[in-house]
Design a protein around this ligand. Structure first.
Ligand code: NDP
Ligand code: 2IT
Length: 449
């Protein structure tokens, strides 16, 4: 007879911290989820008896490897590469690769863990993984980036495959890096398969993938507003980041008649009181993806102040979209945002808001959507890229935008169905519970593995 035990958040987190010392981002992501899931599994004891939470917080496996490459001066350089294959209960491991000097196991485990719930919410058959390297693409030549990507893929290729694990982009990994890695994967395996997503349109990439995360985030905000009989037209918006997610969040806001006041990067932020229009946004896209320079150049070009080393949260606005990185919006930033007329936040990045800051928004009964719900559009269109690759065909822009839109609407409905509490929608609760059940039920069905 199996022993029964009392599961509390404190005891669960104490065990997790003991087993994963020092991994603060991973602890944070698990705590946010467990706060909602522990009461849930206590209510539905089949999950607790099968130790689903304990199993869900232990990755299936982690691959760590040396990446050796040569810079333009002929120096030998060494980085560390990773792939965290977290959970494949409902499909092949799926999730991005991040190249950033801050990359470590804690960050990749938090990202891989979040991916479980996010991928489940899309309703597509995707498990969860995340990977990357502590490589800094900044200041590197194209050839250096190519050599790094080839060296990285030489090892990673042994562990991935279209039915095993399908990586994509994340911070520091965009179209250029995916192309270099796909080319190397194809060379090593002598196969043309859809083992990476976010590929170029000429070689199996999906239309709308580039736009998907940012567009999806704005569609999600549109749904949250609609649910309280409001819309985006004329809303003053603050965005952080100016990379892939931020760029297309900004574009969709502009297209839907909202006013984009700010964007940021790791050097600071710009505040354009007239609003960033499509022409100015194209300047930013060129600056960040082609020239790869700081947003300070935008301030110079449009004769605005550059707020060096600062984040944009004190700029008065109605809606906020953190689209840069984890923990970029803390409790004090949340209080800054809560000026008169503030309506809410949709996360474009993964875990950009600290747990304390989320509480500030939720206590004030404002809109708050977690990244695993509102940034799921990116991985959703990655899933659709996998489908198109399997079918050996490609869908049109219209087809894909409609599918993306419907997936975001469906995630919103799931959050409402599982997160409603006395008229307030707790989107964090809704996303965690809705994302959990499908994966947990699959794990139950498999027995003890
Ligand atoms: P990019 O590399 O395209 O852009 C990242 C942006 O964030 C840049 O503006 C960068 O500034 C800024 N940034 C990165 N790190 C920091 C930091 N430590 N402090 C301040 N600013 C920082 O990445 P993405 O746009 O793809 O990713 C942004 C976020 O969205 C991440 O949290 C990612 O996990 C998440 N996400 C991405 C998806 C995708 O499809 N790409 C899907 C779902 C979520 P700088 O240019 O100066 O480096
Ligand atoms: O965080 C994410 O969802 C991503 N970086 C995209 C993952 C993917 O496989 O498209």
């Amino acid at each position: 007879m199996a022993t029964s035990y009392e599961l509390t958040l404190e005891s669960f987190m104490a065990g997790l911290k003991r087993r994963n010392p020092g991994e603060t981002e991973f602890h944070q992501a698990v705590e946010e989820v467990s706060t909602y899931l522990i009461p849930y599994v206590t209510k539905y004891p089949q999950y607790q008896t099968a130790r689903i939470l304990e199993r869900l917080t232990e990755p299936d496996r982690i691959i760590v490897f040396r990446v050796c490459w040569e810079d333009d001066q002929g120096n030998v350089r060494v980085n560390r590469g990773y792939r965290v294959q977290f959970n494949n209960a409902i499909g092949p491991y799926k999730g991005g690769l991040r190249f950033h000097p801050s990359v470590n196991l804690s960050i990749l485990k938090f990202l891989g863990f979040e991916q479980i719930f996010k991928n489940s919410l899309t309703t597509l058959p995707m498990g969860a993984g995340k990977g990357g390297a502590d490589f800094n693409p900044k200041g590197k030549s194209d050839r250096e980036v190519m050599r790094f990507c080839q060296a990285f893929m030489t090892e990673l290729s042994k562990h991935i495959g279209e039915n095993i694990d399908v990586p994509a982009g994340d911070i520091g990994v965009g179209a250029r890096e995916i192309s270099y890695m796909f080319g190397q994967y194809k060379r090593l395996t002598n196969e043309f398969t859809g083992t990476l997503t976010g590929k170029g349109l000429e070689f199996g990439g999906s239309k709308i993938r580039k736009e998907a995360t940012g567009f999806g985030c704005i569609y999600f905000m549109q749904e949250m507003l609609k649910h309280q009989s409001d819309d985006l037209a004329g809303k003053a918006c603050v965005i952080s980041g100016s990379g892939n997610v931020a760029q297309y969040a900004a574009l969709k806001l502009i297209q839907l008649g909202a006013k984009v006041l700010t964007m940021s990067d790791s050097t600071g932020f710009i505040h354009d009181p007239d609003g960033i229009n499509e022409e100015k946004l194209n300047f930013i896209i060129d600056l960040k993806t082609v020239k790869r320079q700081s947003l300070a150049e935008y301030a110079k070009h449009y004769k605005l102040e550059f707020h060096e080393g600062k984040r944009p949260w004190a700029v008065p606005c109605q809606l906020a979209f953190p689209c840069a990185t984890q923990n970029e919006l803390d409790e004090n930033n949340a209080k800054d945002l809560m000026q008169k007329g503030f309506i809410g936040v949709a996360e474009g990045a993964n875990m950009p808001t600290t747990i304390q800051a989320i509480k500030v928004f939720q206590n004030a009964k404002l809109l708050f959507s977690p990244g695993k719900a509102s940034n799921a559009g990116g991985v959703a269109v990655s899933g659709l890229e996998m489908t198109q690759n399997s079918l050996r065909m490609s869908w049109s822009n219209e087809e894909l935008e409609t599918r993306l839109r419907n997936i975001m609407i469906n995630i919103h409905e799931e959050c409402v169905a599982h997160g409603s509490e006395d008229g307030y929608i707790d989107y964090v609760k809704g996303a965690n519970i809705a994302g959990f059940t499908k994966v947990a039920n699959a794990m139950l069905a498999y027995g003890v593995i």
